[in-house]
Design a protein around this ligand. Structure first.
Ligand code: HQG
Length: 182
């Protein structure tokens, strides 16, 4: 399977595991899990013959480690990015001093007015990795990197969560903690 094909499988997995499990007739449990067998059967009903081996490949090769298996390997879920109500059990954590968020330049006025909002997602997404955040920003338009004074936010009692893959989450970033980064 080539990279483009794996990406297509990854996208259809993202869609059902983060947003619309109902479209293939599955339900996720409260923590977002579904058994791999149920997922495979549901895809098959819709004409997509994904094997366990293929799904394992997607989980292992995914650039942003979007998916994870349960410890016993029987179930699978998306690690973040849901629009449906899921309790992912993220750990509250003390953030590094500075985090980055990539956005499109056309959003800057609004962001420096209202702060970073979570939009359709459950949290604002940030990372220590500038390049990843620039790549994320490029999906939206001309990219620009924002530095977030996470240390000061933390000191001011804002809550941060970390996922297993250097994605940091918070509810909202007020403008006073933001600067344009190089
Ligand atoms: C912007 C990917 C105007 C925000 C990546 C962003 C990421 C505002 C867009 C993850 C705003 C929302 C998340 C305001 C925020 N005014 N624009 N007040 N506040 N915005 O896609 O952060 O590929 O929902 O800057 O890895 O781009 O899905 O969020 O440009 O970690 O696995 O509104 O998605 O992961 O866009 O991306 P998104 P995002 P996946």
């Amino acid at each position: 399977m080539n990279a483009a094909q794996l990406k297509r499988v990854s996208k259809s997995m993202s869609y059902v595991l983060r947003h619309r499990p109902d479209t293939i007739g599955i339900t996720l449990d409260a923590q977002g899990w579904v058994t791999v067998d149920d997922l495979i059967r549901a895809f098959a009903r819709g004409g997509k013959s994904y094997t366990r081996q293929l799904i394992e490949q997607v989980v292992a090769k995914n650039d942003k480690r979007r998916f994870e298996f349960s410890d016993d390997g029987r179930s699978i879920r998306a690690r973040q990015g849901h629009s449906i109500e899921i309790d992912l059990g993220y750990e509250r954590a003390e953030p590094p001093g500075v985090l980055y968020h990539g956005t499109a330049t056309r959003n800057l006025d609004s962001i420096f007015d209202k702060g970073l909002n979570k939009g359709n997602r459950h949290h604002v997404h940030m990372s220590t990795d500038k390049q990843t955040m620039l790549d994320v920003a490029s999906r939206h338009g001309k990219p620009v990197l924002l530095a977030i004074d996470a240390r000061r936010m933390h000191d001011d009692a804002h809550v941060f969560y970390v996922t297993g893959n250097d994605v940091w989450l918070t509810d909202h970033v007020p403008p006073r903690y933001l600067t344009v980064s190089d």
